[in-house]
Design a protein around this ligand. Structure first.
Ligand SMILES: Cc1ncc(COP(=O)(O)O)c(C=O)c1O
Length: 420
């Protein structure tokens, strides 16, 4: 965009990062399908390596198509810098690894995406890194879990499958009182509904695979840095070289320089192109996802076959007030969970659906259904599944943007088939 006059969410989502004057008039980002970038002089490459220019060097380090997506994400989340990566898990892993040294600890909410849980609870343990998992809505428990070894606090805007919504402002306050950054995985809310950096968080992560791309056509992830945490404090003395180089963007520099480029978690430019294209309609889609999900939640809540419904948009949800306070008034997202009598009823419901698609994904424009206990969480011990809210009778719906009458008609006929 040529000026700073226009600030509306949908306008930014469409126009940010576009430079048609550099792209022979194209108003969509070209796909720069190249593994390395030409430099006309030795000095130019030397400047790029020294960080004196932001010219591209090599595909694993950066790519012009990826940069368009980074600019869009920065604008929508209110960040000062962003790096896109091959997947949401790359963004989670690289961000945590950039902060942790052998023997360190961190505090995380106990309502985490399944692979994030495995990374925190199992894989990090191999490297003597301790994740203290607490109920993120219990602020005293969060405070009590912090000690001298803690390096950061970590939560998700909307927990899955518990559908709980932690209070980001309150958690940012606790983090900052202890000299720690707050990292928020904002995948489920998207910046359309919630902007954690405005609520005090320091870093936002995304699986762009979900609502940001919107069509289930491209995996990807992103780290967005607010650029205001005090990385020069004595607690983060090991950040000194990154502070010297990038000042308030020391964290993003470390994530990129130390981890992303050396672990090779590069985003393919075609995926960035698809994601940027999807983001043109992010606001429209998320509003429609939210409107449809609320209608489906209300429909399910009235059905005798359905034992309970968990959706932050329902007034009786324990997370409703917090979600209302920190979301943008555009809705409560597209994901909900509900319970039938038992696992057999869940399988029968899924098998009888005719429109709603059985798929291990969320955030697609199609309505998706899954029985998490027998699929994503299959390898988890039964008591751990219960702790994580993955009940045997739980079904997860990622409500899409089809006509609401059809989503409800399909749910209705499947419920009629299975009975109570
Ligand atoms: C909240 C959340 N964070 C991270 C991820 C990981 O994203 P990806 O599958 O793109 O690695 C997911 C995937 O479902 C997710 O739901």
């Amino acid at each position: 965009m040529k000026n700073n006059l226009f600030k509306g969410f949908d306008t930014l989502a469409i126009h940010c990062g576009l430079t048609p004057e550099k792209w022979q008039g194209a108003t969509l980002p070209p796909i720069f399908q190249t593994a390395a970038n030409y430099h006309p002089t030795a000095e130019s490459l030397n400047d790029a390596f020294a960080g004196r220019t932001s010219e591209h060097i090599y595909g694993r380090l950066s790519n012009p198509t990826n940069r368009v997506l980074e600019e869009k994400l920065c604008a929508l989340e209110g960040g000062k810098g962003a790096v896109v990566m091959a997947s949401g898990m790359a963004a989670v892993a690289n961000s945590c690894m950039a902060l942790l040294r052998a023997g360190d600890e961190f505090v995380a909410g106990n309502s985490l995406f399944m692979s994030t849980y495995v990374l925190f609870a199992n894989i990090f343990k191999k490297y003597n890194l301790t994740c203290r998992m607490v109920e993120p809505t219990d602020l005293d428990a969060v405070r009590a879990a912090i000690n001298q070894k803690t390096r950061f606090l970590y939560i998700e805007t909307i927990g899955n499958p518990k559908m709980d919504v932690p209070d980001i402002e309150a958690l940012a306050k606790i983090a900052h009182e202890n000299g720690l950054p707050l990292i928020v995985d904002n995948t489920l809310a998207t910046p359309c509904l919630c902007r954690p950096l405005e609520l005090g968080a320091d870093v936002v992560l995304h699986s762009t695979t979900k609502y940001l791309s919107g069509h289930g056509c491209a995996t990807g992830g992103a780290v967005v840095d607010a650029g205001r945490f005090d990385w020069a404090s004595s607690r983060f003395a090991d950040f000194a070289p990154f502070v010297d180089r990038k000042g308030p963007l020391a964290f993003l520099d470390r994530v990129w320089r130390e981890h992303h480029i050396n672990f090779g978690t590069t985003q393919a430019p075609f995926h960035s192109y698809l994601t940027a294209l999807g983001m043109d309609t992010l606001g429209l889609r998320v509003r429609k996802h939210s409107e449809n999900a609320l209608a489906v939640a209300r429909f399910l809540a009235e059905r005798p076959e359905v034992k309970w419904v968990n959706y932050p948009g329902l007034e009786k949800s324990p997370s409703h007030d917090t979600a209302k306070k920190q979301f943008d008034g555009k809705g409560f997202g597209g994901l909900l969970t509900f319970g039938l009598a038992n696992k057999e009823k869940c399988f029968a419901f899924i098998d009888n659906l005719k429109l709603i698609t059985h798929l291990a994904n969320l955030g697609d424009c199609k309505t998706l259904v899954i029985h998490p206990s027998s699929s994503q969480y299959l390898a988890f011990a039964e008591n751990l599944k219960l702790d994580l809210g993955v009940l045997p009778e739980l079904i997860r719906l990622s409500v899409g943007i089809e006509d609401i009458e059809d989503i409800i008609a399909d749910s209705d006929q499947a419920l009629n088939t299975i009975g109570h």
